[in-house]
Design a protein around this ligand. Sequence first.
Ligand code: HEC
Ligand code: HEC
Length: 227
Amino acid sequence: MNNKTTRWMALIAVALTLWGCGEPKNTTHSGQTSDALINPQHAGAGDYAAQCLSCHGTQGLGQEALQAPALTSLDPVYIARQLRHFRDGVRGAHPEDTHGSIMAASSAGLSDASIADLTGYIDALPNVLPAATIKGDVAQGKDYHLNLCSACHGSNALGNVALEAPALAGLNDWYVLAQYEKFRGGLRGAHADDRWGVQMVRLAPAITDTDILESIAAYLATLPSEA
Ligand code: HEC
Ligand code: HEC
């Protein structure tokens, strides 16, 4: 089975999950569903509705069941790079990276113009802090963050534009954990063209203890996602 076939199979599996156990829509008093598209006139709204909404949701808040993360706190430079990386096989191409390959299949046909529009659309979504799901020792997590992560991701975890290190505040805590483990396992960041991901690949072996990672994720979930 070639890589493309694997990706499509993964995508179909997710589509089946979606159809099988979709959440009922909430209806507001005005009779409008609360999952109406935000900023429908914005460039990229049509592409987002057709190609992204099914997994990342109308508000860009993601769905843990699909491992599709919240997108609302991401920086536009970072969003555009990830979409190019998924499309070009730099991220999500590792054979064991099931969820990355699903996202790669979802980006396969995107033009540069569509990536620019989608990035603008996501950037304009209201910034919502995801609910915390992981319990951990927040004080320990803070200590690790300040000593091991803040040099690149910033002391408040709001990212560092010059280093192109993304904000970690505002990410889903389960997503932080999953991505860290992917970097450590070489499932993300190992591609020769991924000069940002490789920084995480080098750093990731510094923490192998899941309790410590959970503490970091729990600490990050306490931080505001805007300065
Ligand atoms: C079939 C479900 C699915 C669809 C459709 C989908 N995504 Fe994703 N997306 C995911 C998953 C799963 C991940 C997590 C990938 C990983 O684990 O590396 C992801 C990750 C991402 C990321 C990376 C976030 C980060 O913090 O690095 C961005 C950006 C993104 N998606 C944007 C989009 C956009 C824009 C579209 C529409 C073109 C889209 N996605 C369509 C499932 C989906
Ligand atoms: C040497 C700089 C550096 C250090 C130190 C560092 N990071 Fe990163 N990190 C990066 C860069 C650059 C990226 C973006 C990778 C990419 O573009 O794919 C990143 C990405 C991430 C991501 C993925 C975010 C997303 O939205 O998908 C997570 C999670 C993460 N880092 C967690 C950590 C944690 C936790 C620590 C400390 C234990 C840490 N990082 C330390 C540079 C660093």
